[in-house]
Design a protein around this ligand. Sequence first.
Ligand code: FE2
Length: 734
Amino acid sequence: MIPLTGYTDRLSAALGERIAFKVSSTAAGPYRASLARIVHADPNPAGPGVKVEDLADRFSIEHPSRAQPLHLGSYARVDGAAALRLSGPLTVAVLIWPTRAAPGEQCVLSRWDETTGAGWALSLGPGGVTARIGVPGGAPLVLATGRPVTLRQWYRVWLVADPAARALRGGQAALGGGRREEVSASLPPGARLDAAAPLLVGARLAPGAREHFNGKVEDPLLLAGAAAAPEALVLDPLLPLEGLVAGWDFSRSIDGLDVVDVGPHRLGGRLVNLPTRAVTGARWTGREMCWRHAPREYAAIHFHEDDLYDAGWATDFDFTVPENLPSGAYVMRLAAEGHVDELPFYVRSPRGRPRADVLFIASTYTYQAYANHARGNTDAAFRVRMAAWGAYPHNPDDHPENGRSTYNRHRDGSGICYSSRLRPVLTFRPRYLTFLDARGSGLRHYSADTHLLDWLEAHSIAFDVVTDEDVDAEGVALLTRYTTVLTGSHPEYHTARTLDAHQGYLDGGGRLVYLGGNGFYWRIATSPTVPGVIEVRRAEGGIRAWDAQVGEYYHALDGAYGGLWRRNGRPPQQIAAVGFSAQGLFEGSPYRRQPGAEDPRAAWIMAGVDDKVIGDFGLSGGGAAGFELDRADPALGTPAGAIVVASSEGHGPSFVVVPEELLSHISTVSGEKPARLLRADMTYVELPGGGAVFAVGSITFCGSLSHNRYDNNVSRILRNLVDRFRKARTKGAA
Ligand SMILES: [Fe+2]
């Protein structure tokens, strides 16, 4: 656990709005919290260095330290079950699809009171299914079938206890006529089934939730009576089961956190730590691929021992944005006993009152998708650099307790499809290094985007900042107030609403400067009922960290088809003029000037730039065109009249064409040779509505801006763009 860290309830706020800070500090004494503004977050001594404006005079407090815990692992909690009074025989049955062989017990279903030692639990252990019965004042009775289950296969498992007959049975049967195992034992005299405790699906309360289950669970049910053949029990809302006490139909409310009991007591429950819904269940036939079309085929929930949603920390203090605090990137700097952490947030201009004509959209959805991305690359050499540069000292490789990213897998091997920002996010910090970059700083995302913010300051260009979430919430009206909208280095993740806002802005005459690569790529879902979370399904194709399982391509949160926007009919080229074409290691190459640079419509972009080679320098991979490259392609939506003013070249052997452009190892969708697609196109296009797009098509572009004290051909090109775009007016601009 990191000694001093925290998170905020929101990522941006305007004048008069309040941000809550949730802090955990293990220090003995109080910590100090003070405001600072982030200008440049790159600690590389070869660049301008870290620039932070200390604003402790605007906000500084001391607060007593308290440690706040992090609890990984998802489960469903049914508090209403605590009031159940069941004295006779009990049958507990449930379908499971286990995904992880663990040394300990993984609890599927339980009603357990650790303080009295009463209750029952149905679990999976190394020796198969386990039935546990509480014996207050003594050791519990634990009965195992002794036969391990096969992972990723459906089983019905059960526990049947009859206190009067002093009999206990536990069993498992593979679905589809597979092997059945049942064992029995005598219940000891003091055994007590009935516990005044909540029922948990996927964990056991002892006293906190533990023994988390890894895998899918479907149709858990409780029956009053000792069923002779529990494997034959079927939860069907249309055919009520004799003696049903409770049965949870997970095909209800798939888009939320509630679990619905179809039994007589309506013992509804609530999911904790966001297990995955909209997953194929035991009844899935393949006839439908969307859970909305056949919900009972999607009646399973996939629990993971390492799920984390809202860390749930208490608020230590609030900060209200005061008058005359310029829009920008800020941090709350926490310090105690030699430990420091800086929690980022953005200050917006006052509502309805832009204070600049240039807007930077912080790619917070992308920052969130990568939140706590453990890359396994923190070797000794990387750690030496982190220490030598005074970089952010913590890395997700060392801190699984904060949960991981949508670029990681769960411990059971399944892909992580949700990411919450309501937890400490180590990758979202100033001075955070992502790569041991041989020729540069190795920054990405939040810190990399300060290359642009620093450049704006160095050129005295006033700007406002909003986040992806702001654009999602407020739409095109938020953008039309500005003549010029700038993206960061990697605006990769978008909702339908953020795409609509960009499109509407351009249609209305807005001017977009897309300063990244692999932008506008993945579709994500959000939901007001699960705030602070994004969902991504890595469906079909694209550069993927894992593959969504067949039949699980539709988001749980909004029911939409997940995956690439290109597979949803909206390729990046439609908005950004360019789209993902090639990827390699974090290495940058230069662009070469193209004939389009002499086109009278675009010649002004190169004013003052006579060089044939552009951007053969920089703090990101050593060159302006690198890592992830986008190209123009009219077949994918690059607007008519687009002009390529420069294209990159000379990419190293690590660069490959992205999968969605390949038909085979030698042929491509476009019909061009694969090697031709290894390029970024610096592209300019004027749109029919008076709008315009300038795209660089490279993640590493902004790393070149500060070279030679901000006097270089990359810097000059961006300056030409911003100067020109700012002079134009946007319909509806302030
Ligand atoms: Fe990415």
